[in-house]
Write a protein of this length. Structure first.
Length: 504
């Protein structure tokens, strides 16, 4: 008998995932809950309603946390490491088997180009389960022998245990990838989870429930509650006393609110928050590489990437050439339906976020910016005019204390500033409350090694961007986050380390 048969997921008839009616997934079954509240799911490409989402309140959150606690003490907690990691490999394989289902759900929620979602979101979302399953199997702890007064000595060794029930608050920009980036290591370490996906993009998280049932993950291990933040699923989940740890990706202000909630009961937090990431382009760079990399770091996913570049500092001898080339690249981007040939830029996630981005475009003009290109709403076909479209935008001419230079826009926009000396570039790059990521473009290896450690960020790319080895530490400094994820580093959050001392 297979492990899946032994665990008997008991997926109930009539409780399968529906693309037009997103339900909660609690204790192995889809449910509308008892709140009676729903809200519309809007396609950002057209602005049209594509379904409804059920909202969770206290009863649904309590049911999900209770189910997670029971699974932790029951079948999931009794699995061997090999059984648990084999199940996570099966989860990854099942996501890939249903690749097209996940792809369609992701595109319907986000509006991003199919080429992007099929290359990044779905395959990397699936891979997170295998990566962390393999990592946990090979993660060492520590052991020490030491002398005692009687001369016989003692031995200390450490063991890692699951932290417990983990609340996962995941964002809307890379819904599947960033959710599994947290769920993967949480489950690999033996925890159970309650996920609150963004209200904008719940579909792939809900669909994952079917995958969990299909491969035999016990009911209650993976739970999903939908809703908003205040007075809704987010607040009720982060305040729930049955939650042992909270991991969050999103804007800094929300992270502060969650951290305050976590302080009651001294629950642990892992926070990946906002950024205002710099790119530094030296005159000795390979300018073709620098343009290609900066194009992606500014405009990929409509600029809705936490690691994206919003401030570009270019050494003065190549400033004009760089601005002209980036302008040409931005104006060559094709906006359109996700499936349309050549589409490489989608809409903002929602009409609300569209208005936020546009407000910064207007603020930039008020602050005296030179708009090199963009700065408004693009002309779209009649059937797309209701979508959340914004123009890719390049600005110059602002002072370093301008709000548009200081505040995170999270859209397809950058401000380009010239510099004359290495120290000047470093000072401007570090002059921010954020500290998530940075990119350096130079062919001088000595300079690269000299500059990178002086940047106050969690990750520095040299002659690249968004190149991620999942074994390495990931996280932000300053207002960009708390803690590190990736490789063994996330185990500091997802496990409790216990020392065992044996007197010999």
């Amino acid at each position: 008998m297979s492990l899946a048969q032994e665990l008997e997921p008991q997926a109930q008839a009539g409780t399968r995932f529906r693309v037009d009616e997103v339900m909660h997934f609690i204790n192995g079954a889809y449910t509308a809950g008892t709140s009676g509240r729903t809200f519309d799911n809007i396609n950002p490409v057209t602005g049209e309603k594509t379904g409804i989402i059920h909202e969770a309140l206290k009863p649904e959150v309590d049911a999900a946390v209770t189910a997670a606690r029971q699974a932790l003490r029951g079948p999931w907690g009794k699995l061997s490491l090999a059984q648990r990691t084999n199940l996570l490999h099966a989860v990854a394989d099942e996501i890939n088997r249903r690749f097209d289902d996940f792809l369609e759900a992701e595109i319907l929620d986000t509006g991003k180009p199919r080429s992007l979602a099929s290359h990044i979101d779905i395959p990397r979302g699936a891979a997170n389960f295998k990566v962390f399953a393999d990592t946990v199997k090979n993660a060492p702890t520590e052991a020490f022998e030491f002398d005692t007064p009687d001369g016989n000595g003692a031995l200390n060794y450490a063991v890692r245990k699951p932290k417990g029930v983990i609340a996962v608050i995941s964002p809307w920009n890379l819904p599947l990838l960033l959710m599994t980036w947290k769920v993967g290591p949480a489950l690999a370490c033996g925890n159970t989870v309650v996920v609150k996906p963004s209200e904008e993009t719940p579909r792939t998280t809900a669909l994952l429930g079917e995958v969990m049932n299909a491969v035999g993950v016990p009911p209650g291990v993976f739970n999903v509650v939908n809703g908003f933040g205040p007075n809704s699923a987010g607040a009720y989940l982060t305040e729930h006393p049955g939650v042992d740890g909270i991991t969050f990706t999103g804007e800094t202000r929300t992270g502060e609110i969650i951290t305050q909630a976590a302080a009651i009961g001294l629950r642990h937090v892992s926070m990946e928050c906002g950024g205002k990431n710099p790119g530094i382009v030296f005159a000795d760079c390979d300018i073709e590489k620098a343009i290609e990399g900066t194009m992606r770091s500014v405009f990929a996913n409509c600029g809705q990437v936490c690691l994206g570049t919003e401030r570009v500092y270019v050494e003065r001898p190549i400033f004009d050439d760089f601005v002209a080339r980036l302008k040409a690249g931005a104006e060559g981007l094709k906006l359109g339906r996700p499936d349309a040939p050549g589409t490489n830029l989608g809409p903002a996630i929602s009409a609300e976020h569209q208005q936020k981005i546009l407000s910064y475009y207007e603020l930039a003009k008020e602050e005296g910016a030179t708009v090199i290109t963009g700065g408004g709403i693009p002309e779209m076909p009649d059937d797309l005019k209701g979508g959340a479209w914004v123009e890719p935008t390049i600005l110059t001419g602002l002072s370093e204390d301008a709000r548009v230079v200081k505040e995170e826009v999270f859209g397809p926009v950058c401000h380009i500033q010239p510099f004359d000396t290495e120290d000047e570039a470093i000072a401007m790059a570090n002059d921010t409350r954020y500290g998530l990521a940075a990119a350096i473009w130079t062919e001088n290896l000595t300079r690269a090694h000299r500059v990178a450690p002086r940047l106050d960020v969690g990750i520095v790319w040299i002659n690249s961007w968004f190149l991620r080895d999942l074994r390495t530490a990931f996280g932000g400094a300053k207002h960009s986050g708390i803690g590190r994820e990736g490789g063994v580093h996330g185990f500091e959050f997802y496990t409790e380390l216990s020392n065992i001392c044996i007197k010999l």
